[in-house]
Each structure stands twice: as structure tokens, then as C-alpha cells.
Design a binder for this molecule. Structure first.
Ligand SMILES: *[C@@H]1O[C@H](CO)[C@@H](O)[C@H](O)[C@H]1NC(C)=O
Ligand SMILES: *[C@@H]1O[C@H](CO)[C@@H](O)[C@H](O)[C@H]1NC(C)=O
Ligand SMILES: *[C@@H]1O[C@H](CO)[C@@H](O)[C@H](O)[C@H]1NC(C)=O
Length: 489
């Protein structure tokens, strides 16, 4: 059981100290009894609060955790693999998992990480099946050699999430985890009403998730996440996180147990486990609730807050997940989320617009060195930069952007300027991204020339934003929220 320590944010207000010298002697006895009661209460509360707060070592920034009775009914399920867990799991113990009372971690290798038990998701799968499928090679090596099994010929093969490459052994195993994971999670916490599935690079806004799930009846089958298609199978994208009600979980596990050989074969033929799970949900007639942009697939750094998917833009809607989050991004978003909630009454949802205003906008300046803003808007760029002069310098690049009223940001690196009418924060960069895939949420093509540049040259990307236009952008985006941006149910 990976159940986390419940850390209550509610500091008890202790009764005033029961010494009252002005009280008349006549009433001493009664007062004495009351004092005794208050004293006992005091010690009782004191003891309770030491038991329930795992946070006393950081009194300067008291942990804020949302209070919502539904939290005890939710099991958060983290899916990972031996090749990435040591690098990517620990940050979650220091951030979001601190507020989550019930969670469990499934991997392809059973071990302890920082005192938490990591479950082998395949331990109950038929040995014949595991022996017959070549994708289980890594699993068998881990079984026989322990952690050393992740090395093949001395090289480590990292990554097991969907962001990993198709060739890597961790990723090949990953698709087989989904159905056993659902089956095990349901038995892990049979009384849970909701099961929420995330990956190592998913950021989960727990308070918003609680608000959201409170709006549904968990007795009914629900499958909620960011819609995605492979072929004609519609499913909730795994890295964006998704939720299944207990009723949906039961339907899936019953069906999978009855048709295990079929789905095992289906999984061998397909390349993504989230899609395989989507197929089972389709087969048991649980429709997907399209929950973009609450659940969405980008990190804070590359999300275009004005992107339209299924007729919605993120801006006005509460945020529940981010994907492809780097460790430092998880830390800084957590800090922001904590501060944001601490300053407000509980239950106020944190919207994508709030993340933009508080966590992105302050960093959009006229020039940011060693920063790639992902101005990846190739068509727009081509149009604005027709004459080639823009590629001379950071300054000419900026002028080119300035000359087009729709241009909001630009980046410059090694004689290459790019501009964009979309706003993205971007990331610290020593290489410049030339082509960004929104589908994969990652940079597909780097400016390789930069890597070769010597000392003293402008070897990294610099970015800039049209600061005044961004302020107008914020106002224009806010105006689109009239009548939009409620919870999607
Ligand atoms: C931001 O960075 C991208 C990728 O390097 C670049 O193509 C684009 O032009 C830059 N845009 C702005 C406004 O800096
Ligand atoms: C900059 O990029 C160009 C190609 O666009 C390349 O020919 C050149 O060598 C690069 N400059 C440096 C210093 O690497
Ligand atoms: C948001 O995107 C739409 C469609 O691409 C565009 O027409 C609109 O101008 C954008 N809004 C802002 C404030 O840039």
C-alpha cells in the first residue's frame, strides 16, 4: 500500500490557557473541573496534530492541502517503469503526493523507493504469456538480475512512458501494464469511488480534481480524460491522466478477466496501452467524456492557451493536468499552486488563465537569453520573415516581429529568426526548437548547428515577447470567457 501520509493543513485553534486568577474562590471547584477538561482536550488535540502533520519540519511554508470529503474515496494510480522511476518519482513525494491520502505505484519491477513500496504490475500475469512475448525481455532481466537488468551491454535504456521512443524496452513493456493495472487497482482499494491514473511526467492539480469529480455520481460508469484517436479507437490519453469511476473499473476488470487471451493478443498488435484500455471501455459501452482542457497533454512551458480542440480553448477552464513536465517545472508549478490556493478561499478553481497570469506572464519579457520560447509557428514565420533580413540579429528579428501586428513572440539563434502569433513560455535552451509537434508535445526538429558553435558565440537561443501586445492578449482572452469555462460534465 503506497498510501501517503495524510497531512492536514488545518491547524487546530487551541482553547485559551485555563488560568483565571480573578475567578472567585467559591467557583474554584467548578472551574477546576472545566480546566481539567480543557487541559485534557488541549493535550488530546496536541497529540492528534503531531500525529497528523508530517510537515512540522517546514513550518515557514505550511502545506496547503484542499479539504474535500471526496478525497478519501479516490485512489491515485501512478504507472512507471524501472528505467525511469529513480529519476522521476522522488519529486512527486515532495510535491503533489503530499496531499493525496491514497495512492499506489505500479511498475515493471518490484522494489522500495524512498520507503515506498513499488508493485510489480505483471506479477499475476500468466507466465506462459510473459515467456512468449519478446517485449517482456526487460521484465525477465529485471527479475533475474534485479536493477542491473536495465543495462544491456553496459548501456542503460531509459524511459518507459509514452514519451520514450518506440525502440526502447521500457516503452515496449508499458502497453501491457494498463489492464493488469486497472484490475490490481480495483482490488487494492475496493471501496474507492474513483481511480485516477497518471504517469511520472504528469502534473495533477489535486484540488481541482476533487472539485471536478464531486460533480459526478461514481455509481455510474465514467471514463474521463483527454480525448485522442488512434485509427478509430477513441481513448483517454495516458500521459494527460484520466479518471475511471468504480462502476467503470468493475466493468473493465470483469470483461478483461473473461477475455484475457483476446486482449493480450490485441495488445501485442497495438502500440499504446492507453488505447488498448480505451478499446475495452468501448467494448463494455462506457463512453469517454471529453475532458480537454481540464485534462490536457502539454507542459506549462509549451501550452498554447489559445489552442482550439473540440471547440474549446484552455484559457477559461480550470486546469487538472499537465503532461511532459520536467522535474524543475513540477517543483515550480507546485510552489505556485500552493501560494495561489493559500491566498484564496478553498473551492475556487485554478484556471489555465490563472496559471498564465501568475506563472507565465511575469516571465515574458522583451528579451530572455538562453531561452527558447518555442516560437514554432512555421507558416506565420515564413510569411512575416519573407525578406530574409530578419535573420541578421536578435534585434532585426525583434523588428520583424514588431512589424506584424499579430506577432507576439520571436526567438533568435545562430542566424535564424522565428516568430509566432501564439504565446508560449518555452524552456531554458541550449538548442533552438525549429519544429514543435503539438501531437507529441515535444520538439521534433532541433537547430543542430548550434551545438557545434564554439565559446564566445551566440551559442544558444534567445527569445523575446511583444510585451504590450501580450497585455492586450490577456484582456482579449479574458473577454472570451463570458459564458464559457465552467466544469465540463
Ligand atoms: C520562439 O522560439 C521558437 C523556437 O526557437 C522560434 O521559432 C520562435 O521564432 C521564437 N519566437 C519568439 C517570439 O521568440
Ligand atoms: C549557423 O547555421 C548555419 C546554417 O543555417 C551553418 O551553416 C553555420 O555553420 C552555423 N554557424 C555556426 C557558428 O555553427
Ligand atoms: C486565438 O486564436 C484565434 C484562432 O486562431 C485567433 O483568431 C485569435 O486572434 C486568438 N486570440 C488572441 C487573443 O490572440
Amino acid at each position: 500500500m503506497g498510501a501517503g501520509k495524510v497531512a492536514h493543513q488545518s491547524w487546530s485553534k487551541f482553547p485559551a490557557h485555563p488560568s483565571r486568577p480573578w475567578v472567585s474562590f467559591r467557583r474554584r471547584n467548578r472551574i477546576g473541573i472545566i480546566a481539567l477538561v480543557i487541559c485534557s482536550l488541549f493535550f488530546y488535540l496536541c497529540r492528534r496534530s503531531t500525529v497528523s502533520t508530517g510537515i512540522s519540519s517546514h513550518p515557514q511554508s505550511a502545506l496547503y492541502c484542499p479539504r474535500n470529503p471526496i478525497q478519501k474515496d479516490i485512489l491515485v494510480v501512478l504507472r512507471t517503469g524501472a528505467t525511469e522511476i529513480l529519476e522521476k518519482l522522488p519529486v512527486h513525494f515532495e510535491t503533489t503526493l503530499r496531499c493525496i491520502p491514497n495512492y499506489v505505484i505500479y511498475s515493471d519491477y518490484e522494489e522500495e523507493v524512498e520507503g515506498h513500496h513499488i508493485h510489480d504490475v505483471f506479477d499475476e500475469l500468466s507466465q506462459d504469456f510473459k515467456d512468449s512475448v519478446p517485449d517482456f525481455k526487460l521484465y525477465h532481466r529485471l527479475k533475474t538480475k534485479g536493477r542491473d537488468g536495465i543495462f544491456i551491454d553496459g548501456t542503460e535504456h531509459g524511459g518507459s512512458g509514452p514519451s520514450g521512443s518506440l525502440g526502447n524496452p521500457g516503452w515496449k513493456l508499458d502497453k501491457f501494464k494498463f489492464l493488469p493495472m486497472v484490475d490490481k487497482a480495483l482490488r487494492h482499494m475496493p471501496q474507492a469511488k474513483w481511480f485516477v491514473f497518471i504517469e511520472m511526467d504528469t502534473y495533477l492539480m489535486w484540488g481541482n480534481l476533487l472539485e471536478y469529480l464531486s460533480k459526478f455520481d461514481a455509481e455510474k460508469p465514467y471514463y474521463i480524460g483527454k480525448q485522442m484517436y488512434i485509427g478509430e479507437v477513441l481513448f483517454a490519453h495516458g500521459g494527460s491522466g484520466f479518471a475511471l469511476s468504480a462502476a467503470a473499473m468493475r466493468r473493465v476488470t470483469e470483461h478483461w478477466r473473461a477475455h484475457m487471451a483476446e486482449y493480450n493478443q490485441y495488445t501485442i498488435e497495438k502500440w499504446a496501452g492507453d488505447m488498448v484500455l480505451g478499446k475495452v471501455l468501448k467494448d463494455v459501452q462506457v463512453p469517454l467524456l471529453w475532458a480537454f482542457p481540464h485534462f490536457q497533454g502539454d507542459p506549462v512551458s509549451t501550452l498554447d492557451h489559445n489552442i482550439t480542440k473540440a471547440d474549446r480553448q484552455p484559457w477559461c477552464y480550470p486546469a487538472i493536468t499537465y503532461h511532459h513536465m520536467l522535474e524543475n517545472e513540477i517543483r515550480s508549478l507546485w510552489k505556485f499552486e500552493q501560494e495561489w490556493h493559500r491566498a484564496r478561499p478553498s473551492g475556487v478553481p485554478l484556471r489555465h488563465a490563472d496559471v498564465f497570469k501568475g506563472h507565465i506572464h511575469p516571465y515574458l519579457s522583451s528579451q530572455r537569453k538562453d531561452w527558447d520560447n518555442y516560437s514554432v509557428n512555421p507558416k506565420f514565420s515564413e510569411n512575416v520573415l519573407k525578406d530574409g533580413a530578419a535573420h541578421a540579429s536578435f534585434e532585426t528579428c525583434r523588428l520583424a516581429c514588431e512589424s506584424n501586428p499579430a506577432c507576439l513572440q520571436f526567438s533568435f539563434s545562430n542566424a535564424s529568426c522565428s516568430v509566432s502569433s501564439e504565446v508560449r513560455l518555452g524552456r531554458r535552451a541550449t538548442v533552438q526548437c525549429l519544429e514543435y509537434s503539438a501531437a507529441a508535445s515535444k520538439c521534433e526538429k532541433m537547430n543542430e548547428n548550434i551545438k557545434e558553435m564554439g565559446e564566445g558565440t551566440l551559442s544558444t537561443a534567445s527569445s523575446g515577447w511583444m510585451v504590450a501586445r501580450i497585455a492586450e492578449y490577456v484582456n482579449a482572452m479574458d473577454e472570451t470567457c463570458n459564458g464559457h469555462g465552467d466544469w465540463i460534465t
